[in-house]
Design a binder for this molecule. Structure first.
Ligand SMILES: [Zn+2]
Length: 314
């Protein structure tokens, strides 16, 4: 059961093939990342996010169309689960990236997108966002759309979780991303493992949060090498002719595949659609506070060690 779907303002189109964002992040080769949990919590640094720069690649994939989404009532996207809103035109794709932010791989994805002056939607994990807020800030600074993908990547159809725990996974995820960015993300949500418990679909509707499944899964997390990510994605895409593509900026093979995959999309005539929310998500204060408490995050801007501890004699 779903709340009434929101509206897509697909007519609110602007062409920005030459005005796309540009990340200053250095290109790095990714490494295999561990599962979505253990990493040291880092305090957010005070350094400002890198500034955007105009696209300098005349042959870039670019951005074909920008659509603005009214998330009232929690519309669902991605034909694997939601079939009401068919807004993509032939040869249009939406690039989506889950499970970040993560060192090396996320910056590498950002570099590849910037080289092609194109963009995607990122669905970060809340905990990861508290580990690496500076990487998530780079995603935002490059102009990409950012949603959320729960607090700890719990599968919300797990019957061991109470309804309150499921809501907490959703809400703390958004609150963590907000904490990392210093600003509210878009009300865009993706369920871990694309498992959609009906009561949480209804809940997201009441929270005016859009849900994203996908039209095609790259299965990049199963790929044995970067070429397999490209082959699986293009085979499915050529069959469908368009679609929301699910990938993971968390994964090394995806990061390594992306430059060639983006060139292939361009060569085959595909155009990237940028999806933006009409308004940011409204996080709930209770969960904003829980993020601070659970992650033992600083509530004021952190000071560098050198300003706190000074050696006066040795
Ligand atoms: Zn995931």
């Amino acid at each position: 059961m779903r709340i009434a779907a929101g509206l897509i303002f697909a007519g609110a189109v602007s062409l920005c093939a030459t005005g796309a964002a540009w990340s200053q992040t250095p290109a790095t080769k990714g490494t295999t990342a561990p599962a979505a949990t253990a990493a040291p919590a880092l305090p957010p640094a005070a350094t400002p996010a890198p500034a955007k720069a105009p696209c300098s690649n005349p042959d870039a994939l670019g951005i074909g169309r920008v659509v603005e989404i009214d998330t009232t009532g929690g519309p669902g996207f991605g034909f694997e689960h939601f079939k009401q809103l068919d807004f993509l035109r032939e040869k249009e794709v939406v690039l989506t990236f889950d499970d970040g932010p993560w060192p090396l791989n996320t910056p590498s994805v950002l570099k590849s997108l910037a080289d092609e002056c194109t963009t995607g939607i990122f669905f970060p994990i809340g905990k990861h966002s508290t580990y690496y807020p500076e990487i998530l800030k780079q995603v935002a600074a490059a102009g990409h759309t950012i949603g959320s993908h729960t607090w700890s990547h719990a599968t919300l159809t797990n019957k061991k979780l109470t309804e309150d725990q499921r809501k907490e996974e959703i809400e703390k995820g958004f609150s963590a991303v907000k904490w990392a960015l210093g600003a509210s993300p878009s009300p865009f949500f993706r369920f871990p493992a694309l498992q959609h418990p009906p009561e949480m679909v209804t809940y997201l509707g009441t929270r005016n949060i859009a849900m994203f499944s996908c039209d095609l899964d790259s299965f990049d997390f199963k790929a044995r090498n970067p070429q397999q990510v490209i082959d699986v994605t293009m085979k499915k895409l050529d069959k469908l002719g368009k679609g929301i593509i699910l990938m993971h900026d968390f994964h090394k093979h995806t990061a390594e595949a992306l430059p060639a995959l983006l060139r292939k999309l361009k060569a085959d005539g595909y155009k990237v659609v940028q999806m933006k929310a009409k308004a940011p998500v409204q996080t709930l204060p209770q969960y904003d506070e829980e993020v601070l408490k659970d992650a033992k995050l600083p509530t004021v801007s952190s000071r560098p060690v050198s300003s706190v501890v000074q050696t006066i004699s040795e």
